[in-house]
Design a protein around this ligand. Structure first.
Ligand SMILES: [Zn+2]
Length: 379
């Protein structure tokens, strides 16, 4: 089933639908009844209660348009943030590198890079056994900023979007991300035996986790205090000097060139939702645009049916080269994966299988992994 208003499928984990409408659409409707002036004043009060230390707050940044928006909101108030980036080992785009450099001008910035050996072990295992390739990195994206705020005793950490509310399944908006991060820490602890299967030890996991007890920063979602919109954020980011991928990379399997543009292979992580759940980034973006009134439902459906199954060859090449897979091994994981269950939906399973097969046949990837040159071949 897909949402009658935005076309988001019900295979998204934790999806809640009410009379054919997804929770994300119902949550979007609630914006009309929120007093946004009061919300902004509430944000100002929280900031006023915490400022005055070595840094007023810590902002986790990737260099993307949402990071620009958060930095904009903090710096226009005259506050002093410490910026922090959690790096993975994939190849960075030129635009992504330029955007991060642009963003950190005028602010202190810490880059935390997960060691390549651990990144490789964790990502290969999570890809092969769960289809969620960047599971380890995504924990770090939440836990490392907390850890750094703890080390520097920075009282506030400010994230952008509360995705559980903006895209469902959570019904009530909230601004504190502390419980969410505590949940991630608890989940990582529970998963220690599973990670061991991929050679990721308890010590490896502990390396990206904050210490229990001690200094406890308050962690906020900015999206609670403003009408969160990727289009508004893009406009603000552009004014600050943000660059998209124009002239650098014409990505396949997406319908824009300014979201998640920092690293190349990140798109594979997003695409893996297709074999797993029967939808990926094109559905996410098209549905979001429909909700915001920037795209018609008819156009969204056409875009989703045309492009949602496609995997970008450059992204796949970077994924394979960074992690040491041949294209054949990559597709072998996809076709044999036990996570390709489609929740028992046989029609969906058939369609996804056919379209993944189609993608595999048509994706040309540079064969450097196999042949040591840059000749393009079909897998
Ligand atoms: Zn919807």
């Amino acid at each position: 089933m897909r949402c009658s208003r935005c076309f988001m499928p019900d295979t998204r984990p934790g999806s809640v639908f009410t009379e054919g409408v997804c929770q994300a659409c119902l949550n979007f409707d609630k914006r009309g009844s929120v007093n946004w002036v009061e919300r902004e004043e509430q944000f100002d009060r929280i900031l006023a209660d915490h400022v005055g230390g070595r840094y007023d707050c810590l902002i986790p940044v990737s260099g993307g348009k949402d990071s620009h928006r958060i930095v904009y909101e903090i710096k226009r108030r005259g506050l002093r943030p410490l910026l922090c980036t959690v790096n993975d080992s994939f190849t960075h785009t030129e635009a992504g590198t330029a955007n991060l450099r642009n963003l950190v001008q005028g602010s202190d910035h810490i880059e935390y890079t997960i060691n390549h050996d651990l990144f490789t072990r964790g990502t290969r295992w999570a890809f092969e056994d769960s289809g969620e390739a960047l599971r380890f990195v995504e924990y770090a994206i939440y836990t490392v900023p907390w850890m750094i705020a703890q080390m520097y005793e920075i009282p506030l950490v400010i994230f952008g979007e509360n995705s559980a509310f903006e895209y469902g399944p959570v019904e009530d908006n909230f601004y504190s991300a502390n419980d969410v991060i505590n949940g991630i820490i608890a989940k990582a602890k529970r998963e220690v035996p599973w990670w061991k299967g991929g050679g990721v030890t308890e010590e490896d996991i502990a390396s990206i986790m904050p210490k229990p007890g001690g200094f406890q920063p308050q962690v906020l979602y900015l999206s609670f205090f403003y009408q969160w919109s990727s289009i508004t954020n893009l406009k603000i980011a552009r004014k600050m000097g943000f660059k998209d991928l124009t002239g650098e990379w014409d990505r396949k399997g997406t319908i824009e060139n300014f979201e998640q543009i920092d690293s190349k292979a990140y798109m594979v992580h997003l695409w893996l939702k297709y074999p797993k759940f029967g939808f990926q980034r094109v559905s996410d973006i098209a549905s979001r645009r429909v909700r915001e009134g920037a795209l018609s439902l008819k156009k969204a459906k056409a875009l989703i049916w045309s492009y949602d199954h496609i995997l970008d060859p450059e992204a796949m090449d970077d994924f394979c080269q960074t992690l040491g897979y041949t294209p054949k091994q990559f597709w072998g994981v996809i076709s044999k994966a036990k996570w390709n269950v489609y929740h028992g939906k046989q029609d969906l399973a058939r369609r996804v299988r056919d379209r993944v097969h189609e993608t595999k046949q048509h994706v040309a990837v540079p064969s450097r992994v196999l042949e040591g040159d840059s000749k393009w071949v079909h897998t």
